[in-house]
Design a protein around this ligand. Structure first.
Ligand code: AMP
Length: 464
């Protein structure tokens, strides 16, 4: 099966070939012919499955004939976050290399002037977050009564973020006769109910069972005490072959603390969260995507759906309190057929509950490395290792590891991720004794009595 077999023109086939796509992904195989037929779609697909091309490519094919008029976009793609909208715009630009279509991206945090200028010229595809689009509408800068194709992307995220009323308002401004493509990572009952307001007789397309995790991601779980989490993370970063990693925190305020701590320990990291200005967010993301900085410390909202080519690792510095977020987080790696590794650092009683919910949702246990939570004293402090391991691991290989003394300085044998000159300077100041002591926490006893189920490579610190 190739892209021309799906009914796409030679120019689009050439554009995807230029990008190195050899054949369509399952969602593309299923969606593209249906979109070209003009039918509505209710699609369940995780990011990483090639979902963006599954709607963008046929839209370009359909829109290739016809011309846009000033302030009257011919199609509209709604995305929940600025980053996702920007990512869809990036894909659209790549796919439409051989077409003369126009596009505008309406997202918050950047000036209205450029966006107005683009709208004035007339756009074939308008890509927007709901809030900014409504701002433009209320200022009389855009009219939506010529929109023939509507895409609602990441609908479950729209729901989580409270955007559905805005989406309803926007949809009430569109012509009743139109084509609607509605995508969500999962098709929960709520999402089914909501979709009924937007789509008409849709073709239901599901490419992965709800909330499944990709086989290309090797998952691991590590229990720590709460104070030892940063130490556990650093040791993972040093022992894993980290090319580039997203590290997730549950709270925005913890991101800055973690970045300062990692920087003091010689790692180079940037932040991405919703309290940053749009330009700061885009700048951080660009540095990370360009490989200038190997670690991105992110919140769920900001990093949802991010497409970073060849991401080697995801670290959950905190266990997400929503099991679905776990699936989305680790789905940043192991994309487009490549393999990836995901580590989750758990600590404390709440995390026992959250891990249980995640394992229930994904329908399997996350292979455990290190000590078990039942030796946790309830205050988030792991007790010294016992011999027992979780019963599900009882046939697994047992690894013993000595105490780790590397909590304060990068270990002599470590393999730190690439550093900038700034972080090298910081590292030097450590050896001069200028370290900030606030970050120096005792090594957790999290590396003794290890068991490792599954998955090939074992972090080096666990085998010492
Ligand atoms: P998405 O799920 O749309 O975020 O896409 C995930 C990644 O897969 C992106 O980096 C795409 O460029 C890539 N991709 C999409 N379709 C294909 C394809 N048919 N072959 C190879 N890579 C693809």
């Amino acid at each position: 099966m190739n892209f021309t077999d799906l009914g796409l023109c030679d120019e689009l086939s050439k554009a995807v070939a230029d990008l190195g796509y050899e054949s369509p992904t399952p969602i593309q195989e299923k969606s593209i012919p249906i979109v070209l037929m003009g039918r509505d779609i209710l699609g369940s697909a995780q990011t990483g499955t090639g979902k963006t091309a599954s709607f963008t490519l046929p839209m370009i094919e359909i829109l290739a004939s016809g011309r846009a008029k000033a302030r009257l976009p011919r199609s509209l793609i709604l995305a929940p976050t600025r980053e996702l909208a920007a990512q869809v715009a990036e894909s659209f630009e790549k796919f439409s290399t051989y077409h003369k279509l126009t596009m505008a991206l309406l997202i918050g945090g950047v000036s209205f002037a450029d966006q107005n200028a683009a709208l004035d010229k007339g756009v074939d595809v308008l890509i927007a977050t709901p809030g900014r689009l409504l701002d433009h509408f209320e200022r009389g800068k855009v009219m939506l009564n010529d929109v023939k194709i509507l895409v609602i992307d990441e609908a479950d995220r729209m729901l989580d973020m409270g955007f559905i009323p805005d989406v309803e308002r926007i949809v009430s401004l569109l012509p009743q006769i139109r084509q609607t493509l509605f995508f969500s990572a999962t098709l929960s009952d709520d999402i089914h109910k909501i979709s009924g307001k937007f789509v008409s007789n849709p073709k239901i397309i599901e490419v992965a069972p709800p909330a499944s995790t990709a086989d290309t991601v090797a998952q691991h779980l590590i229990w720590s005490d709460i104070k030892g989490k940063r130490d556990a993370l650093r040791r993972l970063l040093r022992s894993e072959d980290v090319k580039n990693a997203v590290i997730f925190c549950n709270r925005k305020r913890d991101i800055g603390v973690l970045i300062r701590s990692l920087t003091r320990h010689g790692f180079d990291a940037v932040a991405l969260h919703g309290d940053m200005s749009q330009s700061a967010r885009l700048e951080a993301l660009q540095k990370f995507k360009d490989g200038e900085v190997p670690l991105l410390i992110a919140s769920d909202v900001a990093a949802r759906g991010l497409d970073i080519a060849g991401l080697s690792h995801v670290f959950n510095f905190d266990v997400p309190s929503s099991a679905e977020d776990y699936v989305h987080r680790i789905g940043r790696t192991g994309r487009a057929g490549k393999s990836g590794r995901a580590f989750t650092i758990a600590a404390g009683k709440d995390d026992q509950r959250y891990v249980g919910a995640i394992e229930k949702l994904i329908g399997k246990s996350i292979p455990l490395i290190g000590d078990t939570p039942d030796k946790n004293d309830g205050a988030g402090n792991a007790k010294p290792a016992a011999k027992k391991s979780r019963s599900r691991n009882k046939n697994a290989r047992t690894q013993e590891a000595g105490p780790d003394n590397s909590s304060d300085t990068p270990a002599a044998t470590s393999k730190p991720v690439a550093k900038s000159s700034k972080s090298k300077k910081d590292e030097k100041s450590h050896s001069n004794g200028n370290r900030n002591r606030a970050d120096e926490l005792p090594s957790p006893p999290d590396c003794v009595g290890n068991t490792l189920e599954d998955t090939g490579h074992i972090p080096a610190f666990l085998t010492r």
